[in-house]
Design a protein around this ligand. Structure first.
Ligand SMILES: *Cc1c(COP(=O)(O)O)cnc(C)c1O
Length: 402
């Protein structure tokens, strides 16, 4: 059964909408690229984006910044994390998450994940108690939400300040509430491979006025905080404006111009992603050897990528599996490789973090595979992808059936 080679690129995003290109050209024609370079009362593109995003998110405040990583660093700092403080975070996430903690001179305490790829809430409670950490940078890695109802209760019981990393959950929700609204702050990325694309960029949301005032000064507002689209009232700044350092991590008008039409189209993008994701998931579910992370009824997700496990697969077989798929043009990532390739999500490769024992996470990552599903793939492309994966699982034979 010779199946067609897969020939699409896993890193090709759709073009920027024409409205975004036109708005970006208008910004360039004006020469006013800096977010605070405005004429009269006219709102800058960044101000307008902050307003649009606060409304979309249902948050009181929104701050546009230079990257998702900067949103996390600023959020941690504005929430009071000091050098040496312990910050709980997922043992499985992308490097900018422990990186944001390390950038403050704080120390990550890594928490195990479950086979559904979310933070293990029992391990979280145990480590919060044993370490005494008071902050949690909760990463919704690969778009999977933990039981957010239980998490909020636990955070209150354990006196934890929660900051959400929503790089993969822009547009996702739990029981109808948007991801990013469960703790003190939500951090979003607009980097090319996330849900809206400005090359680099980030958004920070919160309902806490004093927090957002500190974050705004940290982001590099000089004393121009009145030129923010969705910021707290000027008097909130009185106490903190001279005490908060400037770390220059602003967004510019060009990027905001690219993002605003994409935000308007995000509901349609989410539908398109989920059609692709669910089609692949339904096909993969046919293979008994494959474990798909569960999607609880309370979770509404954005399927911009898909994860699947081959529990118990041997290292050599996993490498063969990935190579077999690569040979037919299917780019599957494997989180169990001994060296990081193209991304760093294995805690063993974060050498700036004190080594920690995470046997449950390690066992899951050993058999965990991941595939991006860019919107440039058609549904036919997705069906072909899934069939290639089923072929490769079949080729593992008995070994694939642990
Ligand atoms: C991409 C990503 C980030 C940070 O985004 P940048 O904008 O690239 O700094 C944070 N967390 C996760 C899980 C990510 O994948």
């Amino acid at each position: 059964m010779a199946r067609a080679q897969f020939s699409r690129s896993f890193t090709q995003q759709p073009p920027i909408p024409e409205a975004g290109i036109e708005a970006a050209v208008a910004v360039m024609r004006s020469g006013r690229l800096h977010r605070y370079n405005v004429v009269g009362d006219e709102p800058s593109e960044v101000m307008a984006l902050e307003r649009d995003y606060a409304r979309w998110q249902g948050a009181a405040y929104c701050l546009a910044v230079a990257s998702g990583g900067q949103a996390m660093q600023i959020a941690l700092r504005a929430s009071g994390v000091l050098p040496g403080d312990l910050v709980l975070t997922n043992g499985f996430t992308l490097a900018p998450v422990p990186g944001a903690i390390a950038a403050l001179g704080a120390r990550p305490v890594l928490v195990e994940i479950t086979p559904d790829l979310v933070i293990d809430l029992d391990d979280l409670a145990a480590k919060a108690r044993s370490s005494g950490a008071r902050y949690l940078l909760l990463s919704h890695m690969r778009g999977h939400l933990c039981d957010m109802h239980r998490l909020v209760q636990m955070a209150a019981d354990l006196n934890l300040t929660v900051i959400e990393d929503c790089a993969h959950t822009m547009g996702a929700s739990w029981n109808g509430k948007r991801s990013g609204g469960f703790g003190l702050a939500g951090c979003f990325s607009t980097q090319t491979y996330k849900h809206i694309n400005s090359g680099e960029g980030g958004l920070l949301t919160s309902d806490d006025a004093a927090f957002m005032a500190r974050a705004t000064i940290l982001s590099g507002s000089y004393m121009l905080y009145d030129r923010h689209g969705a910021g707290p009232a000027p008097e909130v700044y009185d106490l903190i404006r001279l005490e908060t350092p400037n770390t220059s991590a602003r967004m510019d008008n060009l990027r905001a111009a690219l993002l605003r039409p994409q935000l308007r189209a995000l509901p349609d993008s989410i539908l398109a992603w989920n059609m692709r994701h669910d089609l692949v998931a339904d096909r993969l579910a046919r293979a008994p050897a494959i474990h798909l992370p569960r999607r609880p009824a309370a979770e509404s997700y954005v399927g911009s990528s898909i994860q699947f496990c081959l529990p118990g697969i041997m290292q050599a077989d996993a490498a063969t599996f990935v190579a077999r798929l690569a040979a037919v043009g299917v780019e599957v990532k494997w989180f169990g490789a001994s060296q990081p390739v193209g991304f760093t999500s294995d805690h063993h490769s974060w050498r700036y973090v004190a080594q920690q024992d995470l046997p449950a996470t390690d066992a899951i990552l050993a058999g965990l595979f991941d595939m991006r599903l860019p919107l440039t793939f058609s549904l036919e492309d997705c069906a072909l992808l899934a069939d290639h994966i089923l072929d490769a699982v079949d080729a593992l034979g008995e070994k694939g059936r642990a």
